[in-house]
Design a protein around this ligand. Sequence first.
Ligand code: MSP
Length: 448
Amino acid sequence: MDQKKFYITTPIYYPSDKLHIGHTYCTVATDAMARYKRLQGYNVKFLTGTDEHGQKIELKAKEAGVTPQQFVDNIVEGPKGVKDLWKLMNISYDRFIRTTDDYHVAAIQKIFKKMYEKGDIYKGTYKGKYCTPCESFWTESQLVNGCCPDCGRPVVDAEEEAYFFRLSKYADRVRDLLVNTDFLLPRSRVNEMVHNFIDPGLEDLCVSRTSFKWGIPVDFDPKHVVYVWIDALFNYTTALGFMNDKYPDSDYETFWPADVHFIGKEIVRFHSIIWPAMLMSMDMPLPKHVYGHGWLLLDGGKMSKSKGNVVDPYLLAERYSADALRYFLLRDFPFGSDGNFSNELLINRINMDLANDLGNLLSRTTAMADKYFGGCLPIEQDEGPEDAALLEKVSGLRARYEADMEAYAFQNALADVFEVIDNANKYIDATAPWVLAKSEDTKPRLAR
Ligand code: MSP
């Protein structure tokens, strides 16, 4: 019989700076899901990686006085970089893609050309706000008080030649996908996509630029570089060998379509509208689900590298251990919603759940087994009136846990586990083994 397969991905992160606890959150959740599926006997492929092109990285590298490649190499592979962080956090990814990898670059050029030959990519004119001193185009929403977000100087309206993807052509099919299937999860995110983006009319998407160089050149028109989303989104397929020779074709055949892409809520739009439209254009199967999780907030606002209010996962994992941090991230924040990060919450979780409840249960149980029986329990055991309820809780745990994990409700799955731990602690309190230990007659009950 064919082994069941499961393909899960994180977003590919921008290595424009060190990653923070928000990125760690998504990767930890993906890792938990991948491990859960492996335990269930699935053949799992877990992909993560980095999204390394674009103007921002070009500018950052310039500021740092290095080439863009040196800049991203340092953030991805360098000390305390992305790969080190995932190692520290025990992330069990099977594959790591960098969009600067040769095989990805070559595949993106082929994909771009195929969409162009089909007529789904065409040449047009991009209109935007241009900062002349920085030689940079910005969108209206990127401007700060109407000025360049980098240097603060006024911008002017400007145009450049660019390629566009015929997103509008796929609007009806994408709308149908969102409204009539469970492609996008949680379902609460569907309305926003349909009402804010699809119903007002989808505009074709600019997919190439000439105003910066750090990107994948369009091979049939090399003054253009591929702009962001074709390069970034197709990572999920090039990492399986699609249109390249780096990995065996069988990987793509086995694992595509993805079972789920985990992503943050601000990129739901790209994954639930643009991504399926591009796959439709390529006549490729669509991922089964896209799950848009919430943000970790700090003082009610989004943590972001550009705001400088980020929490360093390295510090926390080194101080409290990766497992404690992983537990906290999955236990305290409902996956689909935003949640406020604070050190107090983290420390309380560690103290209450891990040290008190779990730690106590473990240490009392092993200490008593050791003290009263030399670590080896006798076969003769007496049941008591307290047993049935605990046994029932324990035997139903797997089913409850699985139902929650299948619903991406990590928080509830862990609550189920800790409910059993809590019940077990109460069981010990109620049966008072230290009293049973006082008489030979009650030893079989003690052993139980
Ligand atoms: N490179 C794109 C994704 C391309 S996927 C084909 C990108 N990168 S990012 O580094 O800016 O963000 C990556 C992910 O981190 C996003 O899913 C984003 O939601 C997540 N997070 C960034 N800050 C976050 C929080 N404060 N909380 C939770 N997740 C957040 O977007």
